[in-house]
Design a protein around this ligand. Structure first.
Ligand SMILES: [Cu+2]
Length: 189
């Protein structure tokens, strides 16, 4: 088990524990007066492949992912939060999800490792093992209500996009991550 820190964003590999399942806010050992959200993923065929649960805490936002049948085989995939909560047109790669969540400043670049980045929607890449992913991400660049970083759930909402390739955290516009293979609209609970 290892953790990777990139500035203020890090991913913690939680492994494939027997019986591990998404905890759900009601069973967690804290009860912050903060919004929570869920996001149900669909692939480019429109089939459900799992869920993210988002909990905004005192220092940032925890994103718990539990996905199956993400892609054949094993490998890293870029994942980002995109500007609109619209996963329509899956067969065309979810074109209405828009670009990455960002602060709107001109010249702001994509990439956790880019000197002029990152976008608030940038995240570490996920590793999918034989189609399955159980993982936790944490970010301080964005939050559901905007109290920490950029606001995700404004008028247009937001979504997750998983890309077919890893994100190199530097190349424009999506870190060389390629086409979207899954999308999830983020819905406040
Ligand atoms: Cu993306």
């Amino acid at each position: 088990m290892s953790s990777i820190k990139h500035g203020l964003v890090f991913g913690l590999f939680v492994g494939f524990f027997a019986g591990w399942s998404l905890a759900g806010a009601e069973s967690l050992p804290y009860d912050y007066d903060k919004p929570t959200a869920v996001a149900d993923f669909i692939n480019t065929e429109g089939e459900g492949i799992g869920r993210a649960e988002l909990i905004q805490g005192p220092h940032g936002m925890l994103i718990m992912l539990h996905l199956e049948n993400v892609a054949p085989g094993s490998g890293f995939h870029g994942i980002h939060m995109h500007q609109r909560g619209d996963c329509s047109d899956p067969e065309h790669g979810f074109p209405h999800a828009g670009g990455h969540v960002h602060d709107g400043e001109a010249g702001q670049m994509h990439g956790l490792m880019h000197p002029d980045g990152p976008h608030a929607g940038d995240l570490p890449s996920i590793y999918v093992h034989e189609g399955v992913l159980k993982y936790e991400l944490f970010t301080t660049f964005a939050s559901l209500d905007g109290s920490i970083g950029e606001k995700l759930l404004g008028e247009d909402g937001a979504s997750f996009i998983i890309h077919e390739n890893p994100d190199d955290h530097y190349t424009q516009p999506v870190g060389g991550a390629g086409r979207p293979i899954a999308c999830a609209e983020i819905r406040q609970q």
